[in-house]
Design a protein around this ligand. Sequence first.
Ligand code: SAJ
Length: 405
Amino acid sequence: MRIINVIGLGYIGLPTALMLSANGNRVIGTDFNIDIINGLNNRNIDFKENGLEDLFQKAIDSGIIFTQSYVKADYYIIAVPTPYMKESKQIDSKHVEEAVRMVLNICEMGSVIIIESTISPGTIDRFIRPICSEFGTEVHLVHAPERIIPGNMIFELENNARTIGADTVEIGLRVKSIYESFCKSSIELTDVKTAEMSKVVENTYRDINIAFANELAKICRASGVDVYEIIRIANLHPRVNILQPGPGVGGHCISVDPWFLVGDFPELTNLISTARETNDSMPRYVYNRIVEIMKINNVFDFTKVGLYGLTYKEDVDDVRESPTLQFMDILSEKEKNSIAVYDPMVNVQLYRNQYNNFGEFLNEIELLVVMVGHNHIKVNSEMVKNKIIYDTRNILNHIQHKYTL
Ligand code: SAJ
C-alpha cells in the first residue's frame, strides 16, 4: 500500500488526509502545531464541516496517524497556508518552502512532492525547484490545487473535478491514481505552471464577479432602484449569472489569490486590481450606510448598534479576512469598544463587547446589522423583527421594513 504524508492539517489538509485514509491509503498527517496534533489524537477537530466527524472515524478505523514529525513516504502532500506580502502583493511562499525543506531532509530519491496550497504561477519554478537542487535529492514536483469550498468540503472533495500539474505524464498518472481513490469527477493532467495559473484564475474570476455585484449595489443605491430585483431579473437572461453583493469578500482564498496576479503583473491587471479594491471598499461603504441609518432613526450611539456575524461567510466558523473584521478595523477605538457583536458560530472572544447569547445581544441594541447570513438568524428571525434592521446580505426576506446595501 502506498504511504502518503499529508503536511498541514488545516481546513484543506485534514479533510484530504482523512479522505485518503478512508479510501485505502496509508496516511500520516503532520502538523508543526502540537496543539492540533494533540487535539486530533484526542479526537478533537477544531473546525466544523458536514460529514467531517464521520470521515474522521473512518480514517481512524483505517489507521491514520497524526504526528508533529515528517515521515518517510512515497508521496508528500503539502497543504500549508500561502499568504501574500502586504506591500508588494506577491506571494509569500515561506510556509511551502519550509515544508519542502523538511520533506527533503527525510525523503528518498524519486519521492513525489504534491503541493496543494494555492501558489502564484511560476512559484514552483522560482522558489521550489532551487531548493530541491540545493539538497541534491531528485524528487518529482507536482501541483494539485485544492478546489473545495468551506461549508461543503467533504461533498466537493469527492465530486469536484481536479487539476494535476506534473513534469511528465508518468508522474501525472501516478498522482492521478491517488486522487482517483476518492474523487468521482474528472481529473485533468497538465503541466505545473498551467495548474498553478488555473487555480488562481478560478478564484480571481469569482472575485471579479462579486466585485461586479458590489459595484451594482452602489449604482442601484445611487439611482434608487433595488439591486436584488435587478439581479433577479437580469439572471433570467440565459447568459447572465450575477452573484450577490455583500459587505465585502473574506476568507483565505478569494480575497488573497487575485493579489498574486497583481503582484506579479502590476501593469497587466487593471481589472483584477480594481475588482479587489471594489470588494475591499465594501466594509467602509457599510460603515457609511450605518452612520446614515443611525441618523435617520435617531440612534446616536454605537452602543445601540449590533453586528450579527463575525465569520467570512454563512454557516462556517472561519473568521479569516472576514468583512466584519475588516469593518472593525476601520472603527475608532471608542466605536470598536461600543459596538455589540454576536456570532453563533464563533466561541472565541475577539472583541470586548462580544456576546455569547443572542437574546442578551438583541436586548442591548436598537440597530441590527446583519453581516453574515447564518442559518441561525433565518430560523430565529422572529426574535429580530422589532429592531431597526440593516441586512447587508438580504437574507431576512420576510421583514418588510429593513435597510439593504
Ligand atoms: N461572496 C459574496 N457574494 C457572493 C459569493 C460570495 O459576497 O455571491 C463572499 C462570501 O461571503 C465570502 C467571499 O465572497 O466573504 C468568498 O466566499 P466564497 O463562498 O465565494 O468562496 P470561498 O473563499 O469560501 O472558497 C473559494 C472557492 N472558489 C471558487 O468558488 C472559485 C473554493 O472552490 C476554493 O477551493 C476556495 O476559494 C479556495 O480554497 O481557494
